[in-house]
Design a protein around this ligand. Structure first.
Ligand SMILES: [Zn+2]
Length: 287
């Protein structure tokens, strides 16, 4: 659920799939190598394939029904993350929407309705064949954004938010302490889809380098919540007979948050696959 930019940080984000712990050596070179990019594409294609196959099985289309959508979706996710990790204005937003197209392919596997879902902050705009335009909001993510908007230590940076496609907050302190059971000092974190950057993240002119690392985490979060956690949560709420008038436009986002906490407490920071990917895609930044 959280993720940060200093290796001493320990309390963080979670995405999933132990399968992705393969690969991603320490990022020591200055630019992302072609081999690293290819590896990232391969790993995400595998993740897309596994996830789409699960959707295919759940919807009664068997083991092979998710092959094409899974591989193409995973490749789009990797392309989005590599764009979001690149230092240019708007990279986070562009990468997030490219990744969202891939995620939509995966979640549409085996469904009669092909739905494209494009995120902006905690809101998702959905385009579905036969059902037109719709929207959803992640309640937990939105609440976290509101807490930061009214918080004493944070202020919203509209320019960086537009660039990243989600809320980016500046913390007025040099560093801040992350929450949770293993609090540590950090200069940046991604939590519940929102990015927070401390003053020490702005040591260089222009956009802070830590931003691009956190952009990657936002997209990882999108993948996990959209393909796994939120659909599971909706199914649970339906079983509990929670009114569809509530769930039609709202994802609570509680299950995603809890599963990510479990992931973070289970895996040591440097070994977390989501951290290894974020560092591997931003090796030019010294943060
Ligand atoms: Zn991180």
């Amino acid at each position: 659920m959280k993720s940060g930019c200093r290796t001493k940080r320990a309390n963080l984000y979670a995405c999933i799939l132990a399968a992705i712990s393969i690969g991603y050596p320490e990022a020591a070179q200055c630019q992302v190598s072609a081999a690293m990019r290819a590896q990232d594409f391969g790993i995400n294609a595998a993740i897309g394939l596994v996830t789409a196959t699960a959707w295919s099985i759940v919807r009664g289309h068997g083991l092979t029904g998710g092959f094409k959508s899974g591989v193409i979706g995973g490749v789009a996710m990797a392309a989005g993350r590599q764009v979001a990790a690149t230092a240019f204005n708007g990279s986070g937003l562009l990468g997030r929407e490219v990744s969202a197209a891939g995620i939509s392919l995966i979640t549409s596997t085996g469904s009669d309705h092909f739905a494209m879902s494009f995120p902006v902050g905690p809101v998702r705009i959905q385009f579905s064949n036969g059902e037109g335009i719709d929207w959803r909001v992640n309640a937990f993510d939105a609440a976290d954004a509101i807490v930061n908007i009214v918080g004493n230590h944070t202020r919203l940076d509209l320019g960086l938010s537009a660039s990243s496609g989600t809320f980016v907050f500046r913390d007025i302190r040099d560093t801040f302490t992350t929450g949770g059971t293993t609090s540590v000092e950090a200069i940046g974190e991604e939590e519940l889809g929102n990015i927070k950057l401390a003053r020490d993240a702005f040591y260089a002119p222009g956009a802070p380098h830590a931003l691009y690392h956190e952009n990657v985490h936002v997209l990882q979060d999108d993948y996990f919540s959209e393909t796994v956690a939120n659909p599971l949560e909706r199914a649970i709420l339906t079983r509990l007979h929670v009114s569809k008038r509530i769930t039609r436009h709202i994802d609570l986002g509680v299950l995603s948050s809890e599963l990510e906490l479990i992931g973070n407490s289970s895996i040591h920071y440097p070994a977390r696959p989501w951290e290894r990917e974020a560092y591997a895609l931003t090796p030019q930044h010294d943060y």
